[in-house]
Design a protein around this ligand. Structure first.
Ligand SMILES: *Cc1c(COP(=O)(O)O)cnc(C)c1O
Length: 240
């Protein structure tokens, strides 16, 4: 895979976004091919700091999955999104913010505590819905990141699976920077073992891993959703 992120978000035109998207699709197809995979991988456009005009353009190219990680920014933007797009919440989520997003997203990728899951369950039941969630795993054991440790995963999942308005769809991770593929391999194994040994993972079908710098490696190890921000829209000049 060649490094294609060379422009800042400001310099990235609509035509650049089109080219980036085509290149990403091609990289994924190649990685699928090499891994002998015949299932599918969804491309999520991560929208943080991206103006609606560019998000709408990405939707016009065929992207139908958006990833949000800031509640406030999301609330200001979501009415402008195409109604065809599915919206997932992927960022760190405080319990007191769940109520703002519960009726606007169809999956929450960043569930990393029983307390957060309980609040999602409570709010989902008030809306008469069952929320799809992923359990976030801190695969590199980094203090700066959210997620349950691999050792805590099954115990946490068991407690979460008892909540009636939550459906566990799989796992999500943000591995340590640096691109070591071993973290994706560990996630694939963790997911496989959970599916084999736990009834509440039996129908889990989603492994959310891979971002702009490492999505091809993630696809090699079974990712089903890659979350792409800067690789589509250009690099951000500030951290969020
Ligand atoms: C920002 C973000 C991404 C996308 O990161 P890029 O490197 O810009 O592709 C993916 N997942 C999460 C949780 C993020 O916050």
């Amino acid at each position: 895979m060649t490094e294609r992120i060379c422009k800042s978000a400001e310099e990235t035109s609509l035509e650049d976004i089109r080219q980036n998207y085509n290149a990403i699709k091609q990289d994924i197809a190649e990685a699928m091919d090499k891994a002998g995979r015949t299932d599918s991988v969804r491309i999520m456009a991560v929208t943080k700091t991206v103006p609606c005009e560019k998000i709408n353009f990405a939707e016009s190219l065929g992207i139908d999955l958006l990833g949000e990680n800031r509640v406030q920014e999301f609330l200001g933007k979501y009415e402008k999104y195409s109604e065809k797009s599915e919206i997932h919440f992927i960022g760190g989520l405080q319990k007191n913010k769940v109520k703002y997003i519960i009726d606007k997203v169809s999956m929450i990728h960043s569930v990393d505590s029983i307390e957060l899951a309980a609040e999602i369950d409570r709010r989902a039941s008030m809306h008469g819905k069952v929320m799809d969630i992923l359990l976030e795993v801190n695969i590199g054991g980094e203090l700066s990141k959210g997620g349950v440790s691999p050792q805590e995963l099954i115990e946490t999942a068991k407690a979460v699976s008892e909540l009636r308005n939550i459906h566990i769809r799989g796992l999500m991770t943000i591995p340590p920077a640096g691109g070591d593929e071993k973290y994706f391999a560990q996630m694939q194994e963790l997911f496989y073992n959970a599916k084999q040994s736990c009834s509440f993972f039996a129908d889990a079908d989603t492994l959310s891993m891979g971002m702009s710098g490492d999505y091809a490696a993630a696809v090699k190890y079974g990712s089903t959703i890659v979350r792409i921000g800067s690789g589509l829209f250009g690099y951000r000049n500030y951290t969020v």
